[in-house]
Design a protein around this ligand. Structure first.
Ligand code: PGA
Length: 251
């Protein structure tokens, strides 16, 4: 069976400016990747979303679970759509840790994104302590359960999951391909057993995130259940990000 279409996603976090938009677009234009094989997504700060050409998909890094109204400083799903986004990252560990987004808020956002027609990129992952205690699968199941409890099977049709072990984010430590593959396989099986059919779970893309870079992207992306990457640090370097895009055809 052909592998799912890869998704290589840049999470710029609170970084980036117009010169980076320009240099990134120029570098991506030189990669010559096949859109049948790989989809490229950039999630820039909201202030830069409108500044990209059509060569890449654009996504939000966060949004409000509320539709509109008196929520100073917030951005709704429809506003992201209006700004040209097709995706939005939901439940990134930095949102969970630094902005107190708990499982319940993350679940509300997942549903709000899906029902507005945005594709949620649901981030889940364990801390180092949880991994060392042997709790990885229990933590992933708990984070998925929170979303499954409030969502319908249809909400998952366009969804993407990102396995992002917290201990690997921005630390330079990467999960080994075997360890990441095992977590991805667990997630896919969990989805097939719970909220969605086996066919939907089979089609759903599961990204790896956590210090993905040119040197490790190829082996990670060649794992059976790893369908792309959510890339932070390396996505701010056009050469590194495009090397990861190119790694798809080598994997
Ligand atoms: P990193 O970030 O690639 O810098 O580890 C990944 C992420 O936070 O999505």
């Amino acid at each position: 069976m052909a592998k799912r279409r890869y998704l290589i996603a840049a999470n710029w976090k609170m970084n980036g400016d117009q010169p980076l938009v320009d240099s990134m677009q120029a570098a991506i234009a030189e990669t010559g990747y096949s859109p049948d094989e790989v989809e490229v997504l950039v999630c820039p700060p909201a202030t830069l979303m409108a500044n990209f050409n059509d060569a890449v998909e654009i996504g939000g890094q966060n949004f409000s679970q509320y539709a509109s109204g008196a929520y100073t400083g917030e951005i709704s799903a429809n506003m992201l759509l209006d700004a040209g986004c097709r995706y939005v990252i939901v439940g990134h560990s930095e949102r969970r840790e630094l902005f107190a987004e708990d499982d319940s808020v993350v679940a509300q956002k997942f549903v709000a994104a899906a029902r507005a027609g945005l594709r949620p990129v649901l981030c889940i992952g364990e801390t180092l302590e949880q991994r060392e205690q042997g709790e990885t699968e229990a933590v992933l199941a708990e984070q998925l359960t929170a979303v499954a409890t409030v969502s319908e099977a249809d909400d998952w049709q366009q969804a993407v999951v990102a396995y992002e072990p917290v201990w690997a984010i921005g630390t330079g430590k990467t999960a080994t391909p075997e360890l990441a593959q095992s977590a991805h396989a667990f997630i896919r099986q969990w989805l097939a057993d719970q909220p969605v059919t086996a066919a939907v779970a089979n089609d759903l893309r599961i990204l790896y995130g956590g210090s993905m870079k040119p040197g490790n992207a190829g082996t990670l992306l060649s794992q059976k259940d790893i369908d792309g990457g959510l890339i932070g640090g390396a996505s701010l370097q056009p050469d590194d990000f495009t090397a990861i895009i190119n790694a798809v055809s080598e994997s």
